[in-house]
Design a protein around this ligand. Structure first.
Ligand code: F6R
Length: 631
């Protein structure tokens, strides 16, 4: 979808990969045009998760299509103040790892602000950086991500339109977002050196990218609120040549995605009608069956009334649709009429395969449904996709190691390997962790801790031990926040497990907002495996359900199955989540939500039930919600 949004070009893509390829094509064209003219192409580059796919595509173009970067000069937006270029989190290292090490750009043409500048010299250094951009003839294409504060570069709220390259103080929200990469907020620098808004505004062309639900709110503000220093990205509306490039989740709060019927004529599918009616109910604080034709007409939905008949008829239809999403039988109700139920009655019992990206997502996101499936006699398997080892604090793992080595001594185990591991981990603990690589042995111990917690939780949920699978997908095993791309081995392991189990229903995490993108990659692994297997006989009779919970919830209009959870069941679910002790009482990767995982999931499940209640359905304590993925 592409349209002009006031002065900006707004492009919404199905996914970030397609969107990034399009941006990379623009960059390629600029480089080739400049090559023909015998001139340099000047690129303004960003770091963070947003431009990664663009860099991947540029590297591919270099390797497969011979695109040369010899005529490219680059200027990076920013760098953390005080950081050594070699440090794991430095933007110098990021740029080398994602782009510069893989292309033929000349070293002398690369410019990245130095983090390790003498404090007294910062102003002079920044003025010189600004001057270098001018001397290069200004930036032709500037890539931007957007922070949840609305920052571009590290121009936090309060930055003026006239600001140039300078030292800034990072907003607390920005530091929270950076915390995972730094292993906790206390390690995140407080300052950065960044190009200013004015430096950015001088570029010929700007691409601002945003991917994922987490960016939806700030994108809406940046585009729809008035231009102000409170939302630095809003200044881009003054630029003559900006493209805002989004994936659908990042555009979720824009009318183009949220309420398209208010902008234009739309195709009124059942889901579109449901989404619109739920939106109208929320807007008017009414239940479905109380909506009147006037409500529809006065709120931009007269087209729906004209095409689909009176309010009464639409209300009843949507009410019934929603009513039919509710079931206490997530594996289907045996011997019952299933024509209006989300899951089919047969076969019974079913083989259910729950893919859990991290070792606790199964119980956090669908613990109530999982226990119901077991109670109702289904053969439930859980597959933990990644080890989750990086989310265990060093000292937490060290306690286990300390215990094990004391036990070792107690057992007079003289030649034990544990001694060596203990010494190795103790050395690491005393070293400069921003530069030293974490020993594999420590990562393995952390993985084991999470594995045993998952075993304990699944025992609590009465899942058979032989039905618990630890996949340890290789893409995750880098020992760092930065993961490898999904590889053939990850997909092969997923395909093999599915072939072995031959499930009748698969549950997979569809919540894509986890801070490191691991859920996204895990979902992709299952999607790819399903596509490989879709012609197998058993797969034709398999339903794939997507769940959410730890980081976000489905929009009510999208839900295909809602499983009510009683107060007692909610408590059971909490106990299952408690088995994941390493993820309790302050976790390594908290995100900006200070609640514990069990609190987040209970709040979300309760809020889903409350919304159903307000729409006019029965009142439940809590609900877990699922959307069917039709492959
Ligand atoms: C990075 C930068 C920042 C990021 C922004 C979004 O060079 O200047 O403005 O673009 O914080 O970060 P991600 O892309 O990680 O969401």
């Amino acid at each position: 979808m592409s349209r002009m949004h006031e002065t900006l070009e707004l492009k919404i893509y199905e996914n970030s990969v397609e969107a990034s390829k399009d941006i990379a094509l623009h960059i390629k064209k600029l480089i080739l045009d400049r090559q023909k003219e015998g001139k340099m192409a000047v690129l303004g580059l960003a770091t963070g998760s947003s431009p990664i796919e663009v860099y991947n595509e540029l590297v591919r173009m270099h390797k497969e299509e011979g695109l040369s970067f010899k005529n490219v000069v680059s200027f990076n937006l920013d760098e953390y103040f005080g950081l050594d270029p070699k440090s794991k989190q430095s933007y110098h290292r990021f740029m080398n790892e994602y782009l510069f090490n893989h292309i033929d750009i000349k070293k002398e043409n690369i410019h990245i602000p130095q983090g390790k500048v003498d404090f007294d010299y910062v102003d002079t250094y920044c003025a010189a950086y600004e001057n270098q951009i001018l001397l290069a003839g200004g930036i032709d294409i500037q890539l931007l991500g957007i922070g949840r504060t609305g920052h571009i570069g590290f121009n936090e709220p309060g930055s003026s339109l006239e600001s140039v390259t300078r030292m800034v103080t990072l907003d607390n929200l920005t530091r929270i977002d950076a915390a995972p990469a730094f292993n906790g907020i206390h390690n995140v620098p407080h300052n950065a050196i960044t190009m200013g808004i004015d430096s950015i505004m001088k570029s010929e062309k700007v691409f601002l990218m945003a991917w994922g639900e987490g960016k939806a709110e700030i994108i809406e503000k940046a585009l729809n609120h008035r231009i102000s220093e409170h939302i630095p990205a809003s200044f881009l509306k003054k630029h003559a040549n900006v493209s805002i490039v989004l994936d659908t989740p990042a555009a979720a709060e824009l009318a183009e995605v949220k309420t398209p019927w208010l902008l234009d004529s739309v195709e009124w599918t059942d889901k579109q009608i449901r989404k619109a009616v739920v939106w109208l109910c929320e807007k008017l604080d009414k239940s479905i069956l109380k909506l009147t034709s006037a409500d529809y007409n006065e709120h931009g939905m007269s087209e729906l009334i004209t095409k689909k008949g009176a309010a009464y008829k639409i209300n009843i239809n949507v009410f019934n649709q929603l009513q039919h999403t509710i079931t206490g039988w997530p594996g289907g109700k045996p011997k019952a009429d299933d024509s209006q139920r989300p899951e089919r009655a047969n076969p019974y019992p079913k083989t259910s395969l729950i893919f859990s990206p991290h070792p606790d997502d199964d119980v956090i996101s669908m613990g109530g449904t999982l226990m119901r499936l077991v109670d109702q006699g289904h053969n439930v398997h859980v597959a933990y996709q990644v080890s989750g080892n990086i989310a265990v604090f060093d000292d937490y793992a060290f306690n286990y190691l300390d215990f094990a080595s004391d036990l070792d001594k107690l057992l007079d185990n003289e030649n034990s390997k544990l001694k060596k591991i203990f010494a190795e981990v103790a050395d690491y603990t005393n070293s400069d962790k921003s530069i030293t690589k974490e020993p594999k042995s420590l990562l393995r111990i952390k993985g084991l801790i999470r594995r045993n917690e998952a075993k304990s939780a699944s025992r609590f949920c009465k899942i058979k031990a032989e039905n618990v699978h630890f996949m340890d997908l290789p893409f995750y095993e880098t020992g760092e926040v930065k993961k490898n791309p999904l590889g053939d081995e990850d997909i092969r392991l997923t395909v093999d497990l599915m072939k072995e189990i031959k499930p009748h229903q698969i549950f997979v995490a569809g919540d894509l907002s986890d801070p490191h993108g691991t859920h996204r990659v895990c979902l992709d692994a299952v999607f790819k495996a399903v596509n490989i297997l879709k012609d197998e006989e058993w797969m034709k009779d398999c339903i794939v359900w997507m769940y959410r919970g730890a980081w976000q919830e489905w929009n009510i209009g999208e839900i295909d199955m809602a499983v009510p959870i009683s107060p007692e069941e909610l408590l059971q679910k909490r106990w299952a989540i408690f088995k994941h002790q390493s993820q309790k009482d302050g976790v390594a990767f908290q995100g900006d939500d200070n609640r514990e995982f069990w609190q987040r999931s209970e709040d979300r499940n309760r809020s889903t039930a409350r919304i159903y209640d307000k729409l006019g359905m029965a009142e439940y304590e809590a609900m877990e919600a699922f959307v069917e993925w039709k492959f």
